[in-house]
Design a protein around this ligand. Structure first.
Ligand SMILES: [Mn+2]
Length: 429
């Protein structure tokens, strides 16, 4: 008999999505928690799996706990067990709630960083879960180094639950070696920590990051929702249930032919309309579709494009057939200035000439003294920022800013083009 398992992670109860109207109930992750609970009950889910960072302890902590408990209660009344591991955000909170034993349908696996196996048996359905929970906020050693299970039944499928950063050796959030995940006698791994849904291994043992079920920021583009697993002996099928009420998307808009403010607005608005209609069938559960617009193409007056496009952020207002409200969060300009002949310009002994020469040099993979100096300074300043005490507190969970030769060249060419466009448009005024 197939077993239906709904699995998710990184809900971050207590947090809200950015770029959504302040009063919208859909912006809060508790909205998606309620959807997950209701979905489980309405669709006769056998088991709910939570792979850590379900509660965000930095924000609205008490409200989050209340919501979690209310959901656990509804699941208990519907006779749905929940298997959980704790992540770096809820390493202390989750065990505390579960230890109270108010909810005997909730099973925490691997308390305090000790691998643990638990078996589920009901109406002829048998499955085993093995998991490991964060003992502290930071774990710098691969949890799989201490992996061991003695009481495993080799005739019953095993699903592993783990929170951590697969494929990274340096992480302070449980670095996980992907090869050693794949070497374990397990049917599938459900991982938490990475918010982007991802399949790391497409054969047994399958390895999935279901991703955050509720998109929290513009970085979390694409479809978000829990992963529904259907297990039939050693067969397993996985499908994403798109429950996130928020969706972020980026669209590129070529503005080369936009001569004035009206045609620019028209171009941007129709590009959004066409893009949103193209995903209409994915929007059934989406209350807010939030766009970042990337303007591309060539224009002789970049400054004007920037000032014409800014009002769209506040004014844009579109509602789709699905009831989805569409808005614009940000307009990013990646426009190149229309510069007649770069080669001619590069001969000029003027600032414009130096900029044109630099653009050509980067495009052709060459260098100039001016360019060398710029790149050196850029890397040096980046190093200073990375080492500066001022930003340390802000950056406690972030990585250092990386500045490779490639990313430095990209930044420099973009700035050279912007400045050159500016200089040329001043000549024409
Ligand atoms: Mn995490």
């Amino acid at each position: 008999m197939p077993i239906k398992i709904l699995s998710t992670a990184d809900l971050h109860l207590g947090k809200s999505s950015s770029g959504i109207p302040p009063n919208a109930e859909e912006k809060s992750t508790k909205y998606t928690w309620n959807r997950i609970v209701d979905y489980s009950i309405e669709n006769n889910i056998d088991i709910l799996l939570l792979a850590g960072d379900i509660v965000d302890r930095d924000n609205r902590y008490y409200e989050a706990i209340g919501q979690l408990q209310a959901g656990f209660k509804k699941l208990k009344d519907a006779d749905i067990p929940v298997y959980v591991v704790a992540g770096n955000h809820d390493f202390d909170v989750l065990p505390e709630i579960i230890k109270s034993r108010e909810f005997d349908n909730i099973e925490l696996l691997g308390f305090n960083g000790k691998w643990e196996l638990k078996r589920f048996s009901k109406n002829g359905k048998d499955i085993q879960f093995i998991g490991w929970s964060f003992p502290n906020q930071y774990v710098r050693e691969d949890p799989l180094l201490s992996f061991k299970i003695d009481n495993i039944d080799p005739n019953i499928p095993v699903i592993g639950l783990l929170h951590g950063e697969a494929g990274s050796r340096e992480s302070k959030y449980a670095p996980i070696d992907i090869n050693s995940l794949i070497n374990k006698p397990i049917l599938a791994w459900i991982l938490g920590h990475i918010h982007k849904p991802e399949e790391l291994n497409e054969n047994a043992p399958f390895v999935w990051y279901p991703g955050s079920p509720h998109a929290l920021s513009a970085k979390e583009t694409g479809i978000h929702g829990p992963l529904l697993l259907t297990v039939n002996d050693s067969e397993i099928k996985a499908v994403t249930i798109p429950l996130s009420p928020i969706r972020y998307k980026t669209v590129k808009v070529d503005i080369t032919d936009s001569e004035d403010e009206y045609s620019l607005r028209d171009t941007i608005i129709s590009a959004i309309f066409i893009d949103a209609n193209g995903i209409l069938e994915e929007l059934e559960n989406v209350a807010y579709l939030v766009y970042d617009i990337s303007l591309i193409g060539e224009h002789k007056n970049i400054r004007a494009i920037d000032s014409w496009s800014i009002p769209i952020i506040g004014e844009f207002d579109l509602e789709m057939e699905s009831g989805t409200k569409v808005s614009v969060r940000k307009v990013l300009s990646n426009i190149s200035p229309t510069i007649g002949n770069l080669k001619e310009l590069a001969k000029e002994p003027s600032p414009a000439g130096i900029l044109a020469e630099s653009i050509l040099a980067i495009q052709n993979g060459n260098s100039t003294d001016f360019l060398e100096e710029l790149l050196t300074k850029l890397k040096q300043k980046t190093g200073e920022i990375n080492n500066s005490g001022t930003y340390q507190a802000l950056r406690k969970n972030e990585k250092l800013i990386e500045m490779t030769n490639e990313s430095a060249s990209e930044k420099v060419i973009k700035e050279c083009k912007r400045l050159l466009g500016e200089l040329i448009s001043q000549r024409e005024e």
